[in-house]
Design a protein around this ligand. Structure first.
Ligand SMILES: [Zn+2]
Ligand SMILES: [Zn+2]
Length: 291
């Protein structure tokens, strides 16, 4: 096999994807360029990317890695930074889609050459960190000996599953209940990002546990007021200003604060800036002083 086969495959995949991905956050790259890769002894082409997320590229590779006895195709999503990959995996919920990640390669194609045959066709994570960020891949190795319809369908299925998961993720927030979240804010994309981050199940739980479920604004604890049913109950608010929610970023537990439902609502009536928290605390203080 050679670059011509890769090119032929990429063109077929794009042609098949085109009518299916309508409405999905996927952009196709019909004018892909030939890229030679000296580490893998082969070529790769970028056939598309996740819309608005140019560091999340769809690539097909044809490699001749030392240790392999023939050239192999890989189809993948590539990332320039590890945290972008992590965010992507969280959004597509890959465990539901493809099951557990088959293997994790920390660097080196050599390791990859030892990929167990039973793990072909399943996503693996390939991590090649360097000082500039590095290259990270969510990739499927394929044993196909040539370009055929079945291979095309496997690749199409992979990207369509990702596209569906991403569009569902975008639709799932905001829910009807959230219509008043930053209602004055015109940039709804930022609002959606805000909500998604404070609903990150892992981080929000961690935050609330660390704060012992106490509102960091008015200091109320649901359990003190409501008894047993208020136990372990609170909400998490994402404190990074809305205007900074345009690109992919790492979210940490320090970006969240524990709040009660009332304070949370009130925070969302403010501007979504860094000063909101202090402003709301001041409002509360003033009110108590007046009484
Ligand atoms: Zn509160
Ligand atoms: Zn919030």
């Amino acid at each position: 096999m050679n670059y011509k086969d890769l090119r032929n495959l990429a063109e077929k995949v794009i042609e098949r994807l085109e009518p299916i991905i309508e409405g999905m956050p996927i952009r196709l790259n019909r004018n892909f360029a030939k890229r030679t890769d000296r580490y893998t002894n082969g070529w790769n082409v970028q056939i598309g990317w996740v819309d608005g997320w140019d560091k999340c590229r769809f690539e097909i590779w044809l490699d001749d890695i030392p240790g392999w006895n023939k050239m192999q195709f890989q189809y993948c999503v590539s990332f320039r930074e590890k945290n972008i990959m992590e965010r992507f995996l969280e959004q597509i919920n890959h465990e539901n889609m493809f099951g557990r990640v088959a293997s994790l390669f920390k660097d080196s194609d050599e390791e990859q050459s030892k990929l167990d045959k039973k793990n072909y066709g399943k996503p693996t994570l390939e991590l090649n960190p360097n000082t500039a960020g590095g290259w990270f891949f969510y990739t499927i190795n394929d044993l196909s000996k040539n370009v055929n319809d079945a291979l095309v369908e496997r690749i199409v299925g992979f990207y369509v599953a990702i596209g569906r998961a991403l569009s569902e993720n975008q639709k799932s927030v905001p829910k009807p209940d959230d219509t008043d979240v930053y209602s004055a804010k015109e940039n709804r994309k930022q609002v959606v990002t805000h909500l998604r981050r404070e609903r990150n199940p892992y981080l929000s739980l961690l935050r609330k546990q660390q704060d012992k479920y106490q509102c960091q604004i008015c200091e109320m604890k649901f359990q003190d007021v409501y008894g047993e049913i208020g136990k372990d109950f609170a909400e998490a608010h994402h404190i990074v200003p809305l205007t900074q929610l345009d690109g992919p970023q790492t979210v940490s537990v320090d970006d969240l604060i524990t709040v009660c439902a009332n304070c949370h609502r009130m925070l969302h009536k403010l501007q979504g800036g860094a000063e909101d928290i202090d402003e709301l605390k001041d409002m509360l203080l003033m009110r108590y002083e007046v009484r």
